[in-house]
Ligand binder design. Structure first.
Ligand code: HXC
Length: 510
């Protein structure tokens, strides 16, 4: 009996060594952890339950029958994060470069099926060279099986991808269909075709970093939601993110007890808005002062900074925050900001996370650049996302809410549940100067007259009361009471029930 137990132990030891000491050392030299080290950091200590440790590929081409490594380049299983179940798979770059074979794909799809059936989040850690080249079409079939499951799980369980090394070819599209992609700076990159192919096809010379590093995807392309400094930071932040999320679309996010009183007032907010309406202020100050303990998990922090989105809690319950940022482009809505916020709003709506929106928006960004780039369609994404959302929606207009952007930013007209305005709010079709110059075009040459017309318009419309008179906002509130008002509104909305008409699915402008 002892012999049998020893044999199992030996087989486990071999499997756990993956591609062997030399390749593990090479992995460490590059500043990367191994798949198993990553899992240990991500999960609660000792909670990992592994599946399929002894799975091997069945390829016999190109001498592969003599090269078998148990596990076949991916470590899969489940465990807990702060006591809550998550499923995961971690590509093992030390085994055939983490490349995907038919058997490797089956390990992943088994985990995907279990995560969906048992309704818990799934996390993929990527560090891989794409399709197992020796397997050809069998690998392509494997990818297809993974992709289909990504789509079936979308909107049912949270799916998170962390890119921690190469992620190329077939490997990019599974992450792209998950809810969030995070990267590690300098050691990870994502592209459909690598620098060599780019050189051959387009004659462009580019490094892997410049083609698909975190500096590209978390900033320019928006493919990734954030880049972290190293593996450890990325994994610890994933634990933090999981705490904000429900296990599935039929569950609520966990309550996290807090000592931060929902009734807390903050008098410093009474002076947040500068006297000059064109002077910026940092909307993140309002976010931090409103949410529990200032704890804010920002998504896409480095992309389209004119809008800020992320998770926080109010009285222990997760909320999704969406806020125009006056510090960047005056908080204007452009194509990137609209797409960024739309995707976030839709994630929250899928997963029963109430939306808290802070509005200070001078409108949509004018210009050929934006119009040629499809601003109408991208702006419509955000409008669509807010309008279809059935989760509780609480909105606070701090300053400008001009034009179409007023409607878009979770207004009453698109089913905002509780819409507040600070006394500094200006809810109007456009800024006073622009308005006067259009209505009194014939007086444009007379500067004094236009100044007077501007002042008249400002006096009439640059306030929240015209909208309040119509019930477009529910109450003009003191800035210092923002947290209290939001807490109470969210409590009042806790049992909200709204259903959209039956449809196969909607047709959001893509
Ligand atoms: C089999 C692979 C592999 C692959 C890497 N390896 N990629 N084995 N299939 N796709 C193996 C290497 O042979 C090597 O084995 C080990 O992994 C480490 O690879 P290195 O090249 O030594 O590492 P590095 O220099 O860091 O380069 C990493 C890399 C490079 C950039 C990922 O390996 C690479 O370019 N690989 C090929 C990428 C690719 O073209 N994949 C196919 C994409 S097509 P040893 O034994 O020496 O340790 C695709 C289509 C799917 O994915 C589309 C579906 C929609």
């Amino acid at each position: 009996m002892q012999d049998i137990l020893n044999q199992l132990q030996q087989r486990r030891d071999v499997a756990r060594l993956g591609g062997g000491e030399r390749r593990i050392e090479a992995q460490h030299k590059r500043g990367k952890l191994t798949a198993r080290e990553r899992i240990d950091l991500l999960l609660d200590e000792g909670s990992f339950e592994e599946f399929d440790m002894f799975v091997e590929h069945r390829c016999s081409d190109f001498g592969m029958q003599d090269q078998k490594i148990p596990g076949d380049g991916v470590v899969t299983g489940w465990g807990t994060v702060n006591g809550r179940t998550v499923y995961l798979f971690a590509k093992d770059f030390t085994v055939f470069g983490g490349s995907l074979s038919e058997a490797h794909a089956k390990k992943i799809t088994k985990i995907q099926d279990m995560a969906l059936q048992n309704r818990a989040p799934i996390i993929g850690l990527f560090d891989a060279g794409g399709a197992r080249i020796q397997e050809g079409v069998a690998a392509l079939g494997g990818y297809g099986e993974v992709f289909q499951r990504n789509v079936m799980a979308s909107g049912v369980i949270p799916q998170i991808s962390v890119i921690m090394g190469p992620c190329a070819g077939g490997d990019v599209y599974s992450p792209a269909m998950t809810d969030f992609i995070f990267m590690v700076k300098d050691t990870s990159y994502m592209f459909v075709t690598g620098p060599d192919v780019v050189k051959t096809v387009t004659n462009e010379t580019v490094t892997a970093e410049d083609l698909g590093g975190a500096s590209v995807h978390a900033v320019k392309s928006s493919v990734a939601d954030k880049g972290y400094e190293n593996d450890v930071e990325a994994l610890l932040q994933m634990r933090r993110l999981i705490d904000f999320l429900p296990a599935s679309n039929t569950e609520d996010a966990p309550d996290v007890p807090t000592d931060d009183d929902g009734e807390r007032l903050d008098s410093s907010l009474d002076t947040l808005i500068p006297a000059n309406p064109n002077q910026p202020y940092d909307i993140k100050e309002l976010i931090h002062k409103t949410v529990d303990e200032g704890d804010f998990f920002e998504i896409q922090e480095a992309h389209a900074k004119n809008i800020v989105v992320g998770f926080a809690r109010v009285e222990g319950h997760t909320v999704g925050i969406i806020a125009n940022q006056p510090m960047v482009l005056a908080g204007v809505l452009d194509s990137d900001a609209s797409r960024k916020a739309a995707r976030f709003v839709r994630f929250c709506d899928c997963f029963n996370i109430p939306l808290v929106t802070f509005v200070d928006v001078p409108g949509f960004l004018p210009g050929t650049d934006q119009e040629y780039g499809g601003l109408i369609k991208h702006g419509a994404k955000l409008l669509f996302a807010y309008a279809e959302a059935t989760v509780p929606k609480v909105t606070v207009i701090t300053r400008k809410a001009y034009g179409g952007a007023y409607d878009v930013m979770s207004s009453k007209h698109i089913r905002g549940d509780v819409n507040y305005a600070w006394p500094t709010a200006e809810i109007a079709v456009m800024g006073p100067k622009g308005a006067a110059e259009i209505i009194y075009r014939s007086e444009l040459d007379d500067k004094d007259k236009i100044a007077q017309r501007t002042k008249d318009y400002e006096d009439r419309f640059a306030n929240p009361f015209v909208a309040a008179e119509r019930g477009y906002i529910d109450e003009v509130i003191m800035p210092n009471a923002t947290r209290r008002r939001i807490s109470r509104a969210l409590n009042m909305l806790r049992n909200k029930q709204v259903e959209n008409p039956w449809k196969k699915h909607d047709n959001i402008p893509l």
